[in-house]
Ligand binder design. Structure first.
Ligand SMILES: NC(=O)c1ccc[n+]([C@@H]2O[C@H](COP(=O)([O-])OP(=O)(O)OC[C@H]3O[C@@H](n4cnc5c(N)ncnc54)[C@H](OP(=O)(O)O)[C@@H]3O)[C@@H](O)[C@H]2O)c1
Length: 443
């Protein structure tokens, strides 16, 4: 593995094809025999540091249409939080189901699950039938794994009946020294970014793009008022940039003065600190408080000069969904991709139907959307929001930070890269965007 890493560090990428692919590699994983380890505990008590391990695993056999990538850096997504606490279900069920699909898929059904849905690195080998990519290419990977054998997914690849999120519903994910991907997950690495910066946006940037910008999501247009929950978090930090780029008016919800300062640094002017303003949308576990929805809506109008919300960018779920439906304007859209605080939502349907609002479900991004989202990063129109980087050995702590909501933007993980700051190929372009790239660092 060191030979490969050293060749990459020395920029001897044409030599990569001549180096042997190691038979094993270090990876972040959960173990099947530990999937019940947190039984009986509340979500708060489940500690990813106990369930995530860094271990040596066998390199999987390379199949047609696939690529093995030497991973220089990866990042933490919330899906690894879910995997590490075995909620809402153990991800081994996904691997078992995938394993039953066909011979090659059977490789994924193992007693361990290598997690991670982002990477930046270098292609080591490609399988039969791969022409676009070759050993030595510097890449990032999006996390959409599809079989493409059913017409249902030929127009919008997210509609493939065998759609999976790589590193969550498949094995051999990106939090590792090597990763196995389908070659059509590969995208060019933006040359002005370091390995860890390039690995940060992938999953959340693509998700925010479909959810907010694409016609498959909310189809945001200029002048739209967009309410963004968690605006300094993983998804929100990209949604905020897209709203600002697209001429929309983001109303950014955050939970501390530090997070408010971050979204202001991105250029947002309308910011709500939900903690300081003390919204309590639920009176108790079963009862919401519509007066709090009204107070929240009034605050939004104060900030916008009287306008209501065209699009609500939803992901907290149960805790906020009633308020989100309420504050959307007549004909407005609530677009949701998650339920962090609980997936059984409750809202007053009278506000929805009488005011012709729409709730739109959104999930990751199709191939084209993922490509377009990466292009935004490549062109310096959207920037990585990396705040902190951990070595792979401390991945448990990195995942804890995200689980406990004490991070900003994205948390990076160095896998093969020995230090931060490596991998930049276009220094001039980097210089141009440096302030924006560093907006989240050290906070
Ligand atoms: N379907 C998909 O394709 C997809 C893709 C990516 C992520 N997701 C899901 O989306 C969710 C968010 O992901 P992320 O990467 O953005 O996570 P993140 O980095 O943790 O950011 C989420 C932000 O939401 C805010 N938040 C959390 N709980 C809240 C609550 N109860 N009420 C109001 N705001 C709350 C927090 O910001 P403040 O504390 O500052 O308000 C937090 O920073 C996760 O559940 C994840 O699994 C789904």
């Amino acid at each position: 593995m060191f030979e490969i890493r050293d060749a990459i560090l020395a920029d001897q990428l044409t030599d990569i094809a001549g180096l042997p692919v190691p038979e094993s590699y270090r990876a972040v994983l959960v173990r099947k025999d530990e999937q019940d380890m947190f039984a009986g505990l509340s979500a708060n008590e489940k500690d990813p540091r106990k369930s995530l391990h860094v271990e040596e695993v066998a390199t999987p056999e390379l199949g047609p249409g696939e690529a093995v990538v030497a991973v220089m850096a990866s990042s933490v997504n919330y899906n690894t939080v879910w995997t590490s606490i075995f909620e809402p279900v153990s991800t081994f069920g996904f691997l078992e189901r995938y394993g039953r699909l066909h011979d090659l898929a059977r490789r994924h059904d193992l007693p361990y699950h290598v997690v991670g849905s982002d990477l930046a690195g270098v292609v080591l080998r490609v399988g039969p039938g791969v022409n676009r990519w070759k050993p030595g290419d510097e890449v990032v990977a999006h996390c959409l794994s599809v079989e493409l054998e059913d017409p249902a997914g030929h127009d919008d690849t997210m509609m493939d009946p065998q759609q999976r999120i790589w590193g969550f519903e498949t094995n051999f994910g990106g939090l590792a020294e090597l990763a196995l991907v389908k070659s059509n997950q590969l995208l060019p690495k933006p040359a002005h970014l370091t390995w860890e910066e390039a690995a940060a946006p992938g999953l959340v940037n693509s998700t925010a793009y479909r959810q907010l910008v694409s016609r498959n999501g909310a189809g945001m247009k200029q002048g739209d008022v967009v309410l963004i929950w968690g605006a300094s978090g993983g998804l929100g930090s990209y949604a905020t940039q897209m709203a600002l780029n697209g001429g929309a008016i983001p109303v950014c919800v955050v939970s501390s003065p530090e997070k408010a300062a971050i979204v202001r640094r991105m250029g947002a002017e309308l910011v709500i600190d939900r903690s300081a303003e003390g919204y309590r949308f639920w009176r108790d576990e079963d009862t919401q408080d519509p007066r709090e929805w009204q107070r929240f809506g009034k605050r939004i109008r104060e900030l916008t000069g009287g306008d209501d919300v065209d699009i609500v960018f939803e992901h907290p779920g149960r805790e906020t969904f009633g308020a989100s439906v309420y504050v959307a304007k007549k004909g407005g859209t609530i677009v949701t991709c998650a339920s962090t605080s609980g997936f059984l939502h409750q809202y007053d349907n009278r506000y929805l139907w009488m005011n012709l609002k729409r709730i739109v479900g959104s999930h990751f991004a199709n191939y084209k959307e993922a490509w377009e989202a990466n292009r935004l990063i490549d062109r310096g129109l959207v920037h990585p929001t990396l705040s902190k980087v951990y070595p792979m050995d401390q991945v448990g702590q990195a995942v804890c930070d995200v689980k406990n909501n004490c991070h900003q933007g994205k948390v990076g993980v160095l896998t093969l890269a020995p230090t931060e700051g490596l991998g930049v190929k276009d220094a001039e372009k980097r210089e141009k965007h440096l302030t924006a790239i560093n907006r989240f660092r050290g906070v």
